[in-house]
Design a protein around this ligand. Structure first.
Ligand SMILES: [Zn+2]
Ligand SMILES: [Zn+2]
Ligand SMILES: [Zn+2]
Length: 256
């Protein structure tokens, strides 16, 4: 199957779950917070220099810049502190993903991965957890949005329970590709492993195409991390030349 057909099939799949992804994009534009020339936090007119986020939200330079863990946009005073120093903006609070929605997203992603030649990816459990649980699991204090693990023959995906639909879809697309690698005994170097998983997120963001999804792609393109960022760009170059079939062949070379 050529890449054009793959794309239209993906579009069709995601159109069937479209309401899930009518995420930040529309509401953001209609929101009062986006009145031209006023500050997102205090509502006062902006004069001279100001800070601007990925979505064009502007704030006075006198405010503390707090960004949302789910969308990366600025937070105002209605943001929720989900863990010390970590915030969820009002829009992402509104579009939080339920467990049922997350399961529906998984179904769509699995169907898509089957259609591009990855085969069935099943037999894993999903759990929605708090940020502190994820940090403990990964032994870091950073912004961990999800993780996949293998314990003997058991496979688990844990995701942050505070994610909006776009962020959740991106994290699930990534983690499911870890499960694919585990279940097939594929253990490549870390940059290839994470880069491959990020390619799954990239393709999904490209299909969703909301401002949030575009910001996520920009984040991948600019990520300075040698494993997640460099690894993604390495696999993406490969994908641009060879498509999914080439990428899958490459990954299957790491079977152990
Ligand atoms: Zn202000
Ligand atoms: Zn947000
Ligand atoms: Zn990963």
């Amino acid at each position: 199957m050529d890449s054009k057909n793959q794309e239209s099939m993906f579009d069709k799949l995601f159109n069937s779950g479209k309401t899930l992804f009518e995420d930040i994009s529309k509401k953001v534009r209609q929101s009062d917070f986006f009145k031209q020339g006023t500050c997102y936090i205090c509502g006062k007119p902006l004069i001279g220099i100001y800070y601007k986020d990925l979505y064009g939200r502007k704030i006075c330079t006198s405010h503390q810049r707090r960004t949302c863990i789910s969308c990366g946009g600025f937070c105002n005073d209605s943001a929720m502190e989900i863990s010390p120093g970590k915030y969820l903006c009002t829009h992402c609070q509104h579009y939080r993903t339920s467990l049922a929605d997350a399961k529906h997203i998984i179904k769509l992603i699995r169907k898509h991965y089957l259609s591009i030649g990855l085969g069935e990816i099943s037999r894993f459990h999903l759990e929605m957890v708090g940020l502190e649980d994820l940090q403990r699991l990964m032994q870091t204090s950073g912004d961990i949005l999800g993780c996949a693990k293998m314990t003997g023959r058991r496979f688990d995906i844990e995701v942050l329970r505070h994610l909006s639909h776009t962020a959740m879809a991106g994290v699930l697309a990534h983690e499911i590709l870890h499960i694919w690698q585990y279940q097939r005994g594929i253990f490549p170097p870390q940059d290839v492993c994470e880069g491959f998983c990020n390619l799954g997120s990239y393709e999904l963001y490209k299909t969703i195409a909301s401002p949030h999804a575009k910001a996520k792609i920009e984040g991948l393109d600019k990520d300075p991390n040698p494993i997640y960022g460099e690894g993604y760009r390495k696999i993406k170059r490969y994908y641009d030349k060879e498509g999914w079939s080439g990428v899958i062949r490459k990954m299957e070379g790491y079977v152990q």
